[in-house]
Design a protein around this ligand. Structure first.
Ligand code: IMP
Length: 197
């Protein structure tokens, strides 16, 4: 059976990655499929709290499953920043490009293994305003010192996953999905046994 799954995000890159990763078993719909969906403030202190806030709010407005992805980059030399603030790292009006520029600036002078980092993803699943489950994925890697590659989004052109020489922006999307924080969290979502409820 095909499950309808509304994705509670306005980030089109996340929606298209989730659609590609989940494949034909899920009818992945953007938040624009939910009339009058509110802007949900990310006031949580963890990825899971923020994902849950978004999934619960949108699932009160539609009868189908709702999944929300909250994700970000943790850089060890910055004490885990930008973390839950990854999208807003460079302040009001932040863009992916301004966030990457700030990251490079903050890591100037940090060399080699000290540039270790990871992407984390929490996916919360809700229905009718109730939490159903939460899934997590992580990928370890390194922040390089200049952008490489044009694929992906966010910090992809600065992140080289462990065991690879190319950034997520240089790797093809199937390879990114097979290793990524989002791919890993969604593998757990697909294996979840609660779909029939
Ligand atoms: P959120 O909407 O608060 O979850 O923002 C997540 C932010 O983390 C995005 O805006 C990106 O900057 C970053 N991010 C999350 N996942 C990825 C990814 O797969 N590649 C690159 N950057 C990502």
């Amino acid at each position: 059976m095909v499950e309808r799954l509304v994705i509670a995000t306005r980030n089109a890159h996340k929606v298209s990655e989730i659609r590609e990763i989940l494949g034909p078993r899920f009818l992945v719909e953007p938040i624009t499929a939910v009339p009058d969906a509110p802007e949900v403030e990310e006031t949580g202190t963890t990825f899971e709290e923020n994902a849950l806030l978004k999934a619960l709010a949108i699932s009160r407005l539609c009868g189908s499953w709702v999944a929300a992805d909250d994700s970000g980059l943790e850089v060890d030399a910055l004490g885990g920043a930008p973390g839950v603030y990854s999208a807003r790292f460079s302040g009001p009006g932040a863009t992916d490009a301004s966030n990457r520029a700030l990251l490079l600036e903050k890591l100037a002078g940090v060399r080699g293994k000290a540039r270790s980092a990871r992407f984390r993803c929490a996916i919360a699943l809700a229905k009718d305003g109730k939490k159903s489950a939460a899934f997590h994925g992580t990928v370890e890697g390194t922040i390089i010192n200049a952008e490489k590659g044009v694929g992906g989004f966010g910090y992809d052109s600065l992140f080289v996953p462990e065991g690879y020489c190319q950034t997520f922006a240089e790797l093809d999307s199937a390879t990114k999905h097979s290793l990524s924080h989002r791919g890993r969290a969604l593998a757990a979502l697909q294996a979840w046994s609660g779909w029939a409820r």
